[in-house]
Ligand binder design. Sequence first.
Ligand code: F6R
Length: 245
Amino acid sequence: MKCYKAKDYKEMGRKAANIISAQIIMKPDCVLGLATGATPIGIYEQLIEWYRKSDLDFSEVITVNLDEYRGLPRSNEQSYYYFMRKNLFDHINILPENTHIPNGMEEDSEKACRDYSNIIRQIGGVDLQLLGLGHNGHIGFNEPDDAFEKEVHCVNLTESTIMANARYFSSQEEVPTKAYTMGIKTIMQARKIVVVVSGADKADILKEAFFGPVTPHIPASILQMHNDVIIVADEAAIEKVSDLI
Ligand code: F6R
């Protein structure tokens, strides 16, 4: 496990974007596993900037996203499909058919998960998986549990997640109660993993996840067992482990 320290959120984004762009330059048809959330937005901005300067070409790149809400149409601004278009895909020369996100509108959960697992297999697995870190140690929608959920699966969102999401929706009925997500095994099969962490509010969980025991109660802790993980964190997030790295 390598740990790269960045001065602030912007520098964290630039460092992580550098690793992703090195991957694209070395393997132009690479498979990138992507994440949504606040942390990667700066990375996507940086990648767009380099694309505009003709330093990056996404024409052969393939992407697979970690997760998607079940029951949200792609046109819904809270869908991860919408997020990815808005924050990255609409601004670069990636082919729409090369971008993959679980089909949130597939009501048959088993089919949705099976189809997504097949896509990941067919494209040859993930070369580089980008991950954010949840405050409770979740990665993707893999929440703390008594065992690691392995494959792509459908998650029942916890009451607190549903409550937290409610502010983004116009009515309570619209708030999704389920999501499709890559499982822990799916994530661990990525050849390289980059975890981005920003902010003082993530300092405790960063320490627990990467410098504490491996446990399904902190899903990200399993990443300690992967042989190619890079953590890119800003000073605020890394503060509690600066003597350990
Ligand atoms: C996003 C995802 C989540 C986030 C995590 C951190 O696709 O799967 O696990 O990475 O919740 O979110 P932020 O970056 O908003 O703190």
